[in-house]
Each structure stands twice: as structure tokens, then as C-alpha cells.
Design a binder for this molecule. Sequence first.
Ligand code: GTP
Ligand code: MG
Length: 292
Amino acid sequence: MFFRKFGEKIKSLFGGRKIDEAFFEELEDTLIEGDLGAKLTDEIVTELREIAKKEGLTEASDLQSRMKEILSGYISGYDEDPGKGHLSVYMILGVNGVGKTTTIAKMARYFTQKGLSVVMAAGDTFRAAAVDQLDIHAERLGMRIVKQQMGSDPGAVIFDAITSAQAHGDDLILADTAGRMHNKENLMKELQKMDKVIRAKGIEEGRYKKFLVIDATTGQNGVSQAMLFNQAVHLDGIILTKYDSAAKGGALIQIGRTMGLPVVFVCVGERYEDIRRFDKDSFLDSLLGLDQ
Ligand SMILES: Nc1nc2c(ncn2[C@@H]2O[C@H](COP(=O)(O)OP(=O)(O)OP(=O)(O)O)[C@@H](O)[C@H]2O)c(=O)[nH]1
Ligand SMILES: [Mg+2]
């Protein structure tokens, strides 16, 4: 359903032809175009060449499902949920405009529907209107929010949110963060400060998670973003947004392969209900045109 054009391309590449040098070359070009990156593309094509040789395969179509098997080893979903009765903190990170605030609202609704008591923390105090934006979502959804004025210390906001959630017996804090500051170093420092506050508040290691939001339409850029944030604060997973308008999904495979990060949620539109658990099988079927 998603990645229609790219899937079509892969499908026609594997369909009704013999395995030869031209096939592998075309496959290489297509994978690079699909944001899998030169290194990973080389790794995949080398493996497919070996399989074809070892098993004496002659039809390209025999390799399509083998490619799915290879890619399947590179990515994974993240099915763990915060439980009830203990406070968990999810810090939602990402560069500006990727969909952090919208995703927090979607996740808040999702987990509330599962019976959890959720509170949102307005940790983006840098951008004008960011606090108001989350506040509007909180009001619409009837959720609690902990906020301070714009320009205040995000570490103080998260400190307050944890104190309030502990007093209230909440199960989950979803913390919004800034996507932009005066420069990248400032942003990373700010995030590291929030990270320290959360640890100092005694949130158990396994209950504190950092998820990076990546806009699925940005392709290769998403890979560098994941590396940058993972270096600053060790990430626990990826949330993919704007999946509904993405043309290709190879960047996610690169992130999975190089950083081993699982995919927590996939967002497929602007409405609150447009959030799904990651389904690896259907993701790979769309990417490889196996659902067409
Ligand atoms: N089509 C589509 N649009 C989305 C999705 N998720 C978010 N958006 C839109 O993307 C835009 C940016 O979303 P925000 O949630 O404000 O992004 P942000 O990361 O909080 O941005 P900053 O606070 O500026 O850093 C909004 O117009 C959202 O409606 C999605 O899954 N699909
Ligand atoms: Mg925001």
C-alpha cells in the first residue's frame, strides 16, 4: 500500500528475467535510490549473488523473497509497553518539524485507551507557541499537562512533571522536547540535561526510554539524525511519521542495520488515530512490491 512507486520498481525488476550481471547492477542502483545507502546496498547485493551462485538459481524472481529474508534480519518492531502501577518516562526527540508534538498527542491517546494514566510534559520551551500547541492537544483529549512558560528550563519542566506524576500516581510521562536551538550543540546539551534530571529523579532504568521521531519523507537525512541523537543520548527506538506521504523506506533499514534501533510506532496521517504499531512484514512487503 505504501511506497507504491518504489515497490512497483522492485517488483518489475525481479519479474520475468534471468539473473545476470545487468540484473545485479540495476538492483544496486534501485536500492541506492531507495535510500539504503551504498554500503548496505553492497552488502545485500553481495549476499544475493552468493545465494544465487550457491543454489544455482537462474530466475530473478527466486531472489525477491530471499531479499525479504535478508532485510527482515535488519529491522525489528518494539512491542514493549509501559505497565500500570509504576511511572515510566518516554522522552520524544527529533529535529524540528518531524512531528514530535503531534505524535505525543497520538501516543497519549493510544496509551490512555489502554487504561494507563498519562501526563504530557511541555519540554519544548524554546520555540514560541510550542507549549500552547501541546496544551491545545491536552485540552482536546482531556489529558493532564505539566508546563511552564516559554523560555524556562526544560530540565525544570521535566522535574516538575515527574514530581507531579509521582504524587498523582500516573503511569506514563510523555515529554516533548525542542527540535531546534541556537545551534546543534546547544540542543544536544539541553537534551543531556533533561536526561540527567530524569535519572536523578530515580526513574528506573528500564522505565525511562528515549524515542527519536523521524519524518519518513526525509530519506537519507533520517540516518544522520539517528546517529547524532544516538551519540548525544542513547536512543531506545524510532518513531516514523508521515509514512502516508513517504515514497521509499530504505533509511529505516539502514538505521536498523547500523544502530540496531527498533521501530516503536508508525504515524500515517494528521488525525489522533493515525498511529500504528510497526508491522515488519507489511513494511517489507510494501518496500519490495510483494503486496502489489
Ligand atoms: N501527513 C502527516 N503529517 C504529519 C504526521 N505527523 C505529523 N504531521 C504534521 O507535521 C507537522 C509538524 O508536526 P509537529 O508535531 O508540530 O512537529 P514537531 O516535531 O513537534 O515540530 P517542532 O515543534 O517545530 O520541532 C504538522 O503539520 C503535523 O500535522 C503524519 O504522520 N502524517
Ligand atoms: Mg513540537
